[in-house]
Design a protein around this ligand. Structure first.
Ligand SMILES: [Zn+2]
Length: 574
């Protein structure tokens, strides 16, 4: 993509042109400068100006004069919420991946003109403010500009109104108009359901909220929230992947309150030049991860089986992962710069020490909602907490567009919880489950709603979910988790298991066959060679496969009491 950016009214002094290193809503570094080349800076007199490279992300014009125009090319070929994708079918633009900006000019408005390729019948869908014609747009400042992705291509646009707000669904896809019409009806149900949780919708600055969706076989799966829009991408189609696509819609739309306006202070304003660390992602992402499936359930777009499966997965992830004993929910949130799209070349022990703040925060939301409902006889719910957060931190808005004037700290969140419950309960909950490493008693909390946690494989002997590659023997290709019998018996990464219970083994099937002959509590012999070749003989005591699932109590043969029925209906509308 060819980009040209003009900077005028420069007051003297060097002009520091920058490519962003991070993108709002992503928490690791992405180094968008890596795809920028053929950079030319032209002065007011039409002559090319000298630039220096102070660092890999910057081009400094030492003597810019009153105005400069910078021209560059930028490459992009990934359709998702973070990057740029330009191909004959469209230009899918995440602004940080495409736009060079200048330090110190953050408060200046920007005007954008999109120029389509010759003969392309493209239009622009974006949360940018509309301008004089269909290809011209404006942004009030840099924060807003960078937060405004654009889909520039053959998009189909649908529109609906709820409570005086206009919602647009702009989709670039390969399906039919009728499929899109049906899909948009479901999107509207989600918009109504989530609006009911907060009581009202934000005032969308350009006058509309826009869903920007690319459902294309060559797209990567993603969802990314913005103030007045969201980018949703998938290789699935409306016809084949409707439930998945709606799940992402429900998650991303909830963000137009939670994180975009109910905003952690740690992310406000978003710093484009460094990684943005937040200890509150268990709430910003995790609670959103809980409310997405909840909204689907309450609006009738997910049945009891689907909802139970999704919520159960959040709980199971946390219950069975030893990571929760070494990092709190707050600590997990602070890992995002390494895990949210970040890559490592070296081995990490994250399977033992890290749980994503999405399911972790989602499980905390389940526990908090059920606790509030339980202790108040259903009069107070997590919806009340979210509304309190919205009223105090989100709804007052910002004096500058694109900014939030009352972002919250973790202590603010505890105060809002105290307002809807009491100070002792709120403090205790935060100390134990947010700052601390305790795990809520999910079985006890789920019981009043008529759900149980059960073993997925009752009675099955288990020594750990080991990744095995067939060799001359069975190679353990990634470290067994520290809380598994295999690890406790001394097995580790790169060990080659030769004999199990006296039987020669060389594949995961061989190992499974041996384990099937045993029951939990049995102790069996293991012969293995470690990475140095040294051979050991140890004994491992098998346990019952710990994998759990959440199930409706009626599926285990117990019938629901009227109180359980009412609790469940009030919670899930099921
Ligand atoms: Zn999210």
């Amino acid at each position: 993509m060819q980009v040209e950016a003009a900077f005028t009214d420069l007051g003297g002094g060097p002009l520091e042109l920058r490519m962003s290193r991070s993108s709002p809503g992503r928490y690791s570094l992405h180094e968008f400068a890596k795809n920028v080349y053929d950079v030319q800076v032209i002065g007011a007199d039409g002559r090319e100006l000298a630039v220096t490279r102070p660092d890999p992300y910057g081009w400094t014009v030492v003597q810019p004069g009153p105005a400069v125009t910078v021209r560059y090319k930028v490459y992009g070929d990934r359709i998702d919420g973070t990057y740029l994708a330009v191909d004959p079918s469209h230009a899918h633009i995440n602004m940080p991946a495409a736009i060079m900006w200048a330090r110190g000019l953050d408060d200046r408005p920007a005007a954008l003109t999109f120029v389509p390729p010759a003969n392309a019948h493209w239009q622009v869908a974006t949360q940018l403010h509309p301008g004089a014609n269909a290809f011209e747009f404006t942004a009030p400042n840099l924060q807003y500009l960078i937060d405004s992705p654009a889909e520039f291509g053959p998009v189909s646009i649908r529109q609906f109104e709820v409570n005086g707000r206009t919602f647009r669904v702009a989709v670039h896809h390969t399906g039919t108009a009728a499929e899109l019409d049906g899909f948009v009806k479901d999107v509207e149900k989600i918009v109504r359901q989530e609006g009911a949780i907060f009581g009202d919708y934000p005032s969308y600055e350009p006058g509309t909220y826009t869903f920007l969706a690319d459902y294309l076989p060559y797209a990567s799966g993603d969802g990314m929230e913005h103030r007045n829009s969201t980018v949703i991408t998938s290789s699935g189609s409306i016809r084949a992947s409707r439930d998945n696509l709606l799940d992402t819609v429900a998650h991303e739309f909830f963000h137009n309150w939670n994180v975009e306006r109910i905003r952690p202070r740690s992310l406000e304003p978003f710093d484009l030049e460094r990684v943005n660390m937040s200890g509150e992602l268990w709430l910003a992402e995790g609670f959103t991860e809980y409310y997405g499936p909840l909204a689907l359930s309450r609006s009738g777009l997910a049945d009891l089986t689907m909802t139970t499966g999704t919520l159960g997965q959040l709980i199971a992830t946390v219950v069975n992962n030893p990571g929760r004993t070494v990092r709190s929910a707050e600590d997990m949130s602070r890992m995002a710069p390494f895990t949210d799209g970040g890559r490592t070349n070296d081995r990490t022990n994250w399977p033992d020490t890290y749980i994503s703040y999405y399911p972790f925060g989602g499980a905390i939301a389940v526990a908090l909602d059920l606790s509030l409902r339980g202790r108040s006889g259903g009069r107070v719910t997590l919806d009340d907490f979210m509304r309190a957060m919205w009223q105090t931190h989100g709804k007052p808005g910002g004096t500058r567009e694109g900014y939030v004037d009352h972002p919250y700290t973790i202590d603010d969140a505890e105060k809002r919880l105290a307002e809807v419950s009491d100070a002792q309960f709120a403090h205790d909950f935060f100390v134990r489950y947010i700052h601390g490493r305790e795990m809520p008693d999910f079985s006890r909390l789920l019981q009043p709603a008529g759900f149980s946690l059960v073993r997925v494989n009752p009675g099955r002997a288990w020594w750990g979910d080991l990744r095995i590659e067939p060799r001359d023997g069975a190679l353990i290709s990634s470290s067994p988790l520290a809380n598994t019998p295999a690890y406790q018996a001394g097995l580790d990464n790169d060990d080659v298991v030769r004999r199990l219970d006296g039987t020669r083994v060389s594949s995961s099937e061989d190992i499974a066959a041996v384990l099937r002959r045993h029951k939990p509590g049995d102790t069996i012999a293991v012969e293995f060679a470690d990475r140095t070749g040294a051979v050991s003989n140890v004994r491992v005591t098998l346990v019952e496969d710990p994998q759990i699932a959440m199930v409706p109590a009626e599926s285990t043969g117990t019938s629901l009491t009227p109180a359980q029925r009412a609790f469940r209906r009030a919670w899930l509308a099921q």
